[in-house]
Design a protein around this ligand. Structure first.
Ligand SMILES: [Zn+2]
Length: 314
């Protein structure tokens, strides 16, 4: 009986079904998602899976805050269906170049333009009249922009990306929703392990080189007492280093957080003077080889930091 029913499905119905599948496959091949950073590209891949071609503009293993785009980097914007950016002045170079290199669908205000900072509970917010472009290109304009370093914010970031993908390619809706749900469920599982690893170190005082870690510190209950660098790319003065050394001694700070691409001298000098240890963390996906994706970024940072803190407290 069932066999008969299957056989009775009209041929035109199968043809429509097949055409639909082909349309989905070809639209998927055509969809290109371009993110400014490796972190947003990793989150976009989590949302689109195999359905889209995802690329980052800023090359891996480089300092995103010192990035200056070359024409070959911006060629990636051509034919992009969805553009994902950090916002808050972090990727301010895009504002000047997007009208030249990007299509109408990814311009600010268009359906394929995602400012991933929208909806994020921001830290270190400055006045809305603050103009990030006037700050010598330093990227901490409207608020601290390192918000992807709280894994809780992945829900908001991937929500913005998923909405844009569904607007641009509605035929991908079901798959995008399922991929995102699956990714967030797996991330939640890992997050409870990360919080467990960090729980013995609640409130531990730390010094960082750059002001990268307020979101990470809030999530994992760390106390970043001060940062070595007060202005991007400017070395701290001897007087400032002396004050920082005094703070490290007074507050018994045992770790200085350092990142690849940052100058080493000041952190090394402070470590020699005070006995504090330098711990190298990854501020972005692919900043170190082990940080291959968004979840792996936290695997690496939490693993390295928890191990160093445990060793120091023994
Ligand atoms: Zn920064």
């Amino acid at each position: 009986m069932r066999g008969a029913l299957v056989l009775r499905v009209p041929a035109w119905c199968l043809a429509v079904l097949a055409t639909g599948l082909l349309a989905t496959a070809s639209a998927a091949q055509q969809l290109r998602v371009v993110a400014t950073t490796s972190d947003l590209a990793s989150l976009a891949r989590a949302v689109t899976g195999e359905l889209a071609q995802v690329e980052a503009i800023i090359p891996p293993a480089s300092d995103p805050e010192a990035f200056e785009p070359r024409p070959s980097d911006l060629a990636r914007l051509k034919d992009a269906g969805v553009l994902v950016r950090v916002g808050l002045g972090y990727d301010h170079w895009l504002d000047r170049l997007l009208p030249v290199y990007g299509g109408s669908g990814v311009q600010r205000g268009a359906g394929g333009h995602v400012d991933a900072s929208l909806g994020i509970p921001l830290l270190e917010v400055k006045g809305l009249s603050f103009d990030p472009m006037s700050q010598d290109g330093h990227a901490h304009g409207l608020a601290n922009p390192h918000y992807w370093l709280d894994p809780d914010n992945a829900e908001i970031i991937t929500g913005g990306i998923a909405e844009a993908v569904m607007r641009v390619a509605p035929q991908l809706t079901q798959t995008v929703i399922a991929s995102r749900d699956d990714f967030l469920a797996r991330l939640k599982g890992r997050q409870s392990r990360w919080e467990q690893s960090m729980s013995p170190h609640r409130g531990v005082p730390l010094i960082a080189y750059h002001n990268t870690w307020p979101y990470f510190a809030r999530r994992f209950r760390l106390n970043i007492v001060d940062v070595i660098e007060t202005k991007e790319g400017v070395s701290p003065s001897p007087a400032r280093l002396a004050r920082l050394a005094a703070t490290i001694r007074e507050q018994r700070i045992r770790m200085i957080l350092h990142e690849p691409f940052e100058p080493e001298e000041a952190a090394q000098l402070l470590a020699r003077r005070t006995g504090a240890r330098i711990v190298r963390l990854a501020p972005t996906v692919l900043a170190v080889p082990a940080a291959t994706g968004y979840a792996e970024l936290f695997d690496y940072n939490v693993g390295v930091l928890a191990q160093a803190l445990s060793a120091a407290s023994n």
